[in-house]
Design a protein around this ligand. Structure first.
Ligand SMILES: Cc1cc2nc3c(=O)[nH]c(=O)nc-3n(C[C@H](O)[C@H](O)[C@H](O)COP(=O)(O)OP(=O)(O)OC[C@H]3O[C@@H](n4cnc5c(N)ncnc54)[C@H](O)[C@@H]3O)c2cc1C
Length: 440
């Protein structure tokens, strides 16, 4: 919880999910205990009351912090002769030997029957009140006024159903638009990241919908493809978890070594002087969500145009994304920053994106208060106002922090120059072999 990529919004969402589960189980006469503790400290105390034989959990592909925790827990449980049974999640395989068969196996996993909760058997367990008081956390009902998606399986199912039955119509058309995509994308990512919906149940619901609505097959398949990407990225991260901290291709270690605090702060605050960049950042901070294209643009802007190391912004963005999933986050950040070495290096033109993805400037006006009364001719490029008009109409909106054209040219030249070197190509080949043949 104290890690640099962790934030209150994540834990509030998780707590809402547990509260929802608690309510659902209560109806079946089962009491769910929601406890918060360091695992080993808690377990030591638990063993005073219960003879634990097996610990069950899902197999988490997390960050370095959770990986270290897992190693400690594994060693501790081994010492106590307790079995730890971890269940594979979403088709992501631990200690995968080769990735060649992975795509086919993923589809197979998605078609396997769902786990039947009815087969669970509970036996009664009585724990002393002082013990529970030491670890139990209070309930966390949902605050209806929050602008963030509410946690919990019931809410996840509502999003799933409304997407498949109605919202999917505009999915492909609006996927890159910051305003429209808020409705037309599924918005399932936080529920998938926190396990409130399983990837398999979502996949199977889409399969059923394809039969019910053959006219929407295209959109539904497009969506299903992204479900596979979700797991594909996590699987890659399982193998190459060093990408949380290091450039995937070390040839990029020689560039972007310095940070500029003034520029970083401006970007974090949504005050770069580029309206779409600022609108996206402010919207993300207020709601925990922005669509894929705008995430890519935010990263490309700060790492290419502003020439900042991606390591300086990855934890910050992780804190803001309600759907933070390390296995997707770090590979995506590196892809957009152009440090993976294998992917095409894209430097988004933030002004072009502004005209294209928000043609009427409505998204910008909604989130950048200072620009809300500007005529359309200036909303995308307020620097085109005369100095006098600028001082009069938008005195508090900042000047652009960089020269867009020059910085773009510089970044493209530097990054492509490195990507084309023999050293970069050799390392790419090594990486490709590693990812295809080895696994971790
Ligand atoms: C820099 C950057 C960081 C990102 N960090 C995260 C993250 O921490 N967690 C996260 O879930 N997604 C992340 N994404 C991927 C993507 O932006 C989100 O999954 C998507 O915007 C979530 O909205 P949605 O559920 O409405 O997506 P939909 O378009 O409805 O997609 C359905 C599901 O497919 C998966 N998905 C969609 N696009 C991608 C993608 N490009 N890569 C992998 N999986 C995808 C997600 O699970 C998503 O919920 C990141 C993208 C970028 C560029």
């Amino acid at each position: 919880m104290a890690a640099s990529d962790s934030s209150f919004i994540h834990w509030r969402f998780a707590a809402q999910g547990l509260f929802d589960l608690k309510q659902a189980l209560k109806k079946q006469g089962i009491q769910l205990l929601v406890l918060h503790a360091e695992f080993i400290e808690f377990f030591e105390r638990l063993l005073e009351y219960v003879d634990v034989k097996i610990v069950y959990s899902h197999c988490e592909t997390g960050n370095q912090v959770s990986f270290n925790r897992d190693k400690h827990v594994a060693a501790y449980l081994k010492m106590k002769a307790v079995i730890w049974k971890e269940y594979q999640r979403d088709g992501v395989v631990r200690r995968l030997k080769s990735r060649k068969a992975w795509p086919a196996n993923w589809y197979q996993t998605m078609h396997n029957s769902l786990f039947a909760s009815a087969s669970l058997k509970f036996s009664e367990l009585r724990l002393p009140v002082p013990f529970l008081n030491a670890f139990e956390i209070p309930d966390f009902p949902i605050d209806d006024k929050a602008r963030f998606q509410p946690g919990g399986r019931q809410n996840g199912l509502k999003y799933l159903n409304s997407f498949l039955q109605e919202r999917v119509v505009g999915y492909v058309k609006h996927i890159s638009k910051p305003a429209e995509s808020r409705r037309s994308c599924s918005r399932l990512s936080p529920y998938l990241a926190w396990g409130m919906l399983s990837m398999r149940e979502v996949y199977q619901a889409v399969e059923r919908q394809k039969k019910l609505q053959p006219e929407r097959r295209f959109q539904l398949k497009f969506f299903q493809e992204r479900l596979r990407w979700h797991c594909h990225f996590i699987q890659k991260f399982e193998t190459e978890c060093r990408m949380e901290f290091h450039n995937l291709n070390p040839v990029f270690n020689q560039v972007r070594t310095q940070t500029n605090e003034r520029i970083l702060e401006a970007w974090k605050a949504g005050a770069t002087g580029f309206p779409l960049v600022d609108a996206c950042m402010r919207c993300l901070k207020a709601t925990g969500y922005i669509n894929f294209r705008m995430r890519a643009m935010l990263v490309s802007f700060i790492t290419h145009n502003c020439w900042q190391p991606w390591q300086a912004i990855a934890p910050y963005l992780a804190q803001l994304f309600l759907d933070y999933e390390p296995g997707i986050h770090y590979p995506q950040i590196q892809m957009q920053a152009g440090s993976s070495g294998t992917h095409i290096i894209r430097t988004y033109d933030v002004v072009k994106q502004s005209y294209k993805q928000d043609p009427m400037g409505n998204f910008i006006r909604l989130w950048v208060e200072e620009l809300k009364d500007l005529p359309l001719a200036f909303v995308h490029e307020p620097w085109k106002l005369s100095r006098e008009d600028r001082m009069k109409s938008i005195p508090s909106y900042p000047e652009p922090v960089v020269d867009l054209k020059q910085s773009r040219q510089f970044a493209q030249q530097e990054l492509w120059g490195l990507k084309k070197t023999k050293q970069a190509k050799e390392y790419n080949q090594y990486l490709l072999n590693l990812l295809t043949n080895q696994g971790s």
